[in-house]
Ligand binder design. Structure first.
Ligand SMILES: [Zn+2]
Length: 72
């Protein structure tokens, strides 16, 4: 039986919801089926890693520039 962590806006908390037994929040009873987020539990979205890679490349290049300036 699939149990999923779903964000409840009413409780402002993640709730463990058994999707076979309905999608009501165990805390407040709100219907969480609309707010089910399939991304929960996955890693960060691809554009986050794109930014991380770009930042790493930029900082790496600045490090090379800094070392070159130190060496002269
Ligand atoms: Zn709730």
């Amino acid at each position: 039986m699939p149990v999923s962590q779903i964000w409840c806006n009413v409780c402002s908390a993640y709730r463990s919801v058994d999707l076979d037994g309905g999608s009501d929040c165990p805390g407040c009873g709100a219907d969480l089926s609309e707010s089910a987020d399939p991304r929960v539990g996955d890693s960060a979205p691809w554009h986050f890693w794109l930014v991380v890679v770009a930042l790493a490349l930029y900082l790496g290049w600045r490090l090379v520039q800094g070392l070159a300036a130190l060496v002269g």
